[in-house]
Structure formats: C-alpha cells, structure tokens
Ligand binder design. Structure first.
Ligand code: 5GP
Length: 195
C-alpha cells in the first residue's frame, strides 16, 4: 500500500472521541497508526516529544508554514500553533498503514477537503448540549464562565456535524465503539469480524 486512507474523528470535548480512537488503534486488523501533530506549545505533565506531539519552537513552526510543510495547521490559541506535517502522513503510509487523527473540527474538515476520496471524516456527537452542560456542572471543576465558554464552543462545533461523512451518536459507549469499528472496516475495505 503506497497511499493509505485518512480516518478523522472530530467532536466537541467530552463526547468520547479519544476513547473511540484508542479503541480502534487497539484493533490490529484495522491497520491504523495515530497521527502525531506538531505544536508550538510546551509539553504538559507526562507528555513526550514524538509520542503525544512533536514539540517545536514557534520559529520552527512558522518556518514550516512558509515551506508549505503542513497538510493543515491552525493557531488554536494565541501563539499556540497545531498542525499535521505532510511528513507525518508519509511516514505512516510508508509503514503500509492508514492514518487516524484525533483533531478538532476545523482541522478535520480541512483534511477532508484536501483529500476527499481518501478521507473518512467522522463526527462524534454527545447526547445533547443540555447533557454536556449537566455533566460539566456536575464536575464542579469549572467556573460558570468556563462552562459557558465550553458550551458555546460545543454549539459551534455541533453545527458542523452535517459537513462530516458520518455521525456517530455517543449515547451508549459500546454501541458507539461497534459502530466506529464497522465504519472504519467498511471504508478501508475489510470485512468486519463475525460477532
Ligand atoms: P491541547 O493543547 O489540549 O493538546 O490541544 C488543543 C486543541 O488543539 C485541541 O482542540 C486539539 O484537538 C487541537 N489540535 C491538536 N492537534 C491538532 C492539529 O494537528 N491540527 C489542528 N487543527 N488542531 C489540533
């Protein structure tokens, strides 16, 4: 396989997208490899260079932009840039694997636009904005302002759902995982294993 597929999972935070991506990565028959993004932000906690992100300086990031080295990039927060390097996708394809992305809605849709045929873009939908609000309030870790900011962002992100190829409703995690497996298996052209 010279050029594999691109599998994108995007969603508002709290909808379970990372759990789904981790589950899929654990299924060898799907032949997936995680796309490590480059970022200009500093590592946090246990994060490792080349595992969670490629941590690079702002100067280097801007040079990569100038060189047209990115498939997509975004200034998510001021001076905090994130992006997928073309070399990352090539690295994974050279391994004979398909690329799976856990990135935000804007980045996900950009990749879909660039590689329409090769990309499966999946949106993971939480039960409702009200449910998200209830969960955030229950956690009692965020101020009212922060909760409102998250809700506002989630509403904007939810509005992009129809632009994705598929929508998975994550109301029941087991159902969502099975659905994700089937969608990816279908897209990469393998038969889903018998239950
Ligand atoms: P964090 O700093 O919490 O790891 O990530 C912040 C945001 O950047 C998240 O919404 C995450 O989805 C997004 N992000 C991570 N990697 C990329 C990337 O390669 N491209 C884009 N567009 N966003 C990314």
């Amino acid at each position: 396989m010279k050029e594999g597929k691109l599998i994108i999972f995007s969603a508002p935070s709290g909808s379970g997208k990372t759990t789904i991506v981790r589950h899929l990565l654990g299924l060898p028959e799907l032949n997936l490899e995680f796309s490590i993004s480059a970022t200009s932000r500093a590592p946090r906690g246990e994060e490792e260079d080349g595992k969670h992100y490629y941590f690079i300086s702002l100067k280097d990031f801007k040079q990569h932009i100038k060189n047209d080295d990115f498939v997509e990039w975004e200034e998510v927060y001021r001076d905090n840039f994130y992006g997928t390097l073309k070399t990352e996708v090539e690295r994974i394809w050279a391994m004979g694997k398909h690329v799976i992305f856990d990135i935000d809605v804007v980045g996900g849709l950009r990749i879909k636009k660039k590689f329409p045929e090769q990309t499966l873009a999946v949106f993971v939908k939480p039960p409702s904005v009200d449910e998200l609000k209830i969960r955030l309030k229950k956690r009692k870790t965020e101020s009212e302002d922060k909760i409102n900011m998250r809700i506002a962002k989630a509403s904007v992100e939810l509005a992009t759902a129809p632009q994705f190829d598929k929508i998975i409703k994550n109301y029941d995690l087991d159902v969502a995982l099975a659905e994700a497996e089937e969608l990816v298996a279908d897209f990469i052209g393998i038969k889903k294993k018998e239950a």
